[in-house]
Design a protein around this ligand. Structure first.
Ligand code: NAD
Length: 369
């Protein structure tokens, strides 16, 4: 039992469940409910064979801070079903439904989609236990990747950042690492504001054009199943080449830890808008800060998806979700960057302090805390 308590600190985790069904499904799963002072926890259900309890806890804590920073009436949680996500559909459904029944009484956890699960899995969850977010449109869901919820939030964060740097969105050159759901919508919405996409990458490589890439054409190209490297209008490079691109805004929207001490000096942007989760190591963020580069922290700038999920849960519409994303992320970015300036600290330090303060204030209203 010792290991389950090694994560305990002033915020949580409140409970950790290990679930096992000794039947033909062989369900093995864990659920971490980190903190519910702000309301029932929302966090994804990941399906993967190899996630550690520690990783699940860290992801749950990230959701506590992200939801609090976004000002949502929700705490943070996370769950893992240990299985191959490419299982035959019927077996996957049995596992997801088995998991849902196993957590039916944990009313302070609301599952959402994550790596290895999707809106269909969430529909099975809701059918089994009447709660889940990230649902198909047909049963009241708001398709957050289709509408570009996280891209909208990144743009709102960048707009707020213009008051704290010499950045202007109109005419700004942008480079996007990872031209997927987050990256392509960020590029599309920034282009609407007059920014110029000069480079984009995916898992195959990168495409660069200092005169500007037609964003709508690149989106159509990607949607036809082609990698960015076969886009006709630009110079091809390997995936790493995106780091050296001259630009004002650099958007990581792919993998964690892509910027680290060994490559951070190659970045030439004024602002880094973190679409991906933890795309820079802490050391790299400190180096960027010392150089005067503004880093908009992931859990502030990329909270559009979870805000959208919360609006869906509370019965809101797509247009309400987009308006709330813009308002909340703009306000939060302003608050974080003001605190960064006043306290002479990293934006991430200011953001964590703001989120922790909100959670602790909410904890004081709760009897059992
Ligand atoms: P996605 O799968 O739609 O797109 C990811 C893109 O990154 C793909 O184009 C893929 O080819 C590319 N890619 C993969 N490895 C790469 C590499 N090494 N270099 C360059 N490109 C690479 O995923 P997404 O939903 O856009 O999510 C992107 C990131 O943002 C993830 O880290 C995710 O956790 C995070 N995130 C997503 C959301 C959301 O709303 N979808 C919200 C918050 C955070």
């Amino acid at each position: 039992m010792e290991s389950a308590f090694t994560f305990c600190d002033e915020l949580g985790p409140e409970k950790i469940l290990h679930l096992y069904h000794p039947d033909e499904t062989g369900l093995k799963a864990i659920l971490v409910v980190d903190n519910v002072a702000m309301g029932p926890s929302i966090g994804g259900t990941r399906m993967a064979p190899d996630v550690s309890l520690e990783e699940c806890f860290r992801l749950a804590r990230a959701m506590t801070l992200k939801n609090a920073a976004a000002g949502l009436p929700h705490g943070g949680g996370k769950s893992v079903i240990f299985a191959d996500p490419h299982l035959p559909l019927r077996d996957k459904e049995n596992l997801v439904r088995g998991f849902a029944r196993a957590i039916a009484d944990v009313k302070d956890y609301i599952p959402g989609p994550d790596m290895g699960t999707d809106e269909t899995c969430m529909a099975w969850m809701r059918d089994s236990i009447h709660r889940a977010v990230g649902l198909p449109r047909e049963i009241g869901g708001i398709p957050l990747d289709e509408i570009g919820a996280t891209g909208h939030g990144l743009v709102a964060s960048l707009e707020a950042a213009t008051d704290f740097s010499t950045l202007q969105l109109h005419g700004a050159r942008i480079a996007v690492q990872g031209f997927g759901s987050v990256g392509k919508h960020a590029a599309r919405l920034l282009a609407k504001k007059g920014a110029i996409l000069v480079a984009a990458s995916d898992s195959v490589g990168s495409i660069m054009n200092p005169d500007g890439i037609d964003v709508a054409a690149l989106i159509r190209h990607k949607e036809s199943g082609e990698p960015v490297t076969t886009f006709p209008d630009g110079k091809r490079g390997d995936g790493d080449a995106i780091i050296d691109v001259e630009c004002e805004i650099w958007i990581p929207a792919a993998r964690p830890d892509v910027i680290h001490a060994a490559n951070v000096d190659r970045l030439q942007a004024k602002v880094i808008a973190q679409g991906a989760n933890i795309p820079c190591t802490l050391e790299a963020e400190q180096i960027l800060h010392n150089r005067g580069v503004l880093v908009l922290p992931d859990f502030i700038a990329n909270a559009g998806g979870v805000i959208c999920a919360a609006v869906e849960y509370h019965g809101g519409t797509e247009s309400q979700a987009l308006a709330i994303i813009t308002e909340k992320i703009r306000d939060n970015t302003r608050q974080v960057l003001t605190s960064m300036r006043d306290n002479d600290c990293l934006p991430r330090t200011a953001a964590i302090a703001m989120a922790r303060d909100r959670v602790k204030t909410a904890m004081r209203f709760r009897r059992h805390y």
